[in-house]
Design a protein around this ligand. Sequence first.
Ligand code: GDP
Ligand code: MG
Length: 225
Amino acid sequence: MDTPTPIPVSTEKMHKLIFFGASGSGKTALINRMIFDKYRNDYVSIPTIDLYTKTLYHQTDMIKLNIFDTPGVGAMSVGDTFWKQTEGIVLVYDIKNRETFEKLGYWLNFFKTHSQGAKVPVMVLGNKLDLDSNLDGGGRQVSREEAEEWCKLNNIHIFFEVSAKDAVNTKECFTKFMDAFVSGIHQDLHHDDDDDDSSTLLKKNNTNSDDDAPSKGVFSCFCCM
Ligand SMILES: Nc1nc2c(ncn2[C@@H]2O[C@H](COP(=O)(O)OP(=O)(O)O)[C@@H](O)[C@H]2O)c(=O)[nH]1
Ligand SMILES: [Mg+2]
């Protein structure tokens, strides 16, 4: 059987992804789940931006990623160039902690302001889905519908509820995000005018997402798959 040969999208360039979200929402746990397929209970929140590197194969592309894990508290003393070079962002909240959901707007605006309006794929993740039961004395504080509505209002087309702990939807969301991300990289390789391309990317990604989505209109929520 023929195995597709990976095509290096860029042999040199490291592509930059950034995870934002309130401290404690589970950014570090999610990154570790997505990259190493591991979970620990004792992630320590430290006030630095951490870097993870990963080379992965997505469909027929070989992609080198720099994934930055932000602290979620305190000032981040890096210049705007750092944010402008970003090619995708992930916004994380904890479904059992409303405050973390209410912080999403802050992080989205933070990125928009500092990247000076860079148009990149955005994914929102409601983490700790494993806690969505009353067995441990408390359920969720943010409904799926409310989060979907927030994403719609902010023109964000990739949303999942996930559990880093139980690996629920973590592969699916990463694959979906990589689809959008890789489309953007290919467009950048073929066109110089990236402003126009990026907005096309978001529309295009939206259309692609619908192909797989469990008929939720233009909005993709795969949490029920
Ligand atoms: N139950 C549960 N706990 C989680 C999950 N993800 C992270 N945590 C816990 O939440 C706390 C904060 O996680 P961490 O990744 O450090 O959050 P960060 O500050 O956003 O990086 C840690 O105690 C984790 O073990 C999850 O999916 N389910
Ligand atoms: Mg962390």
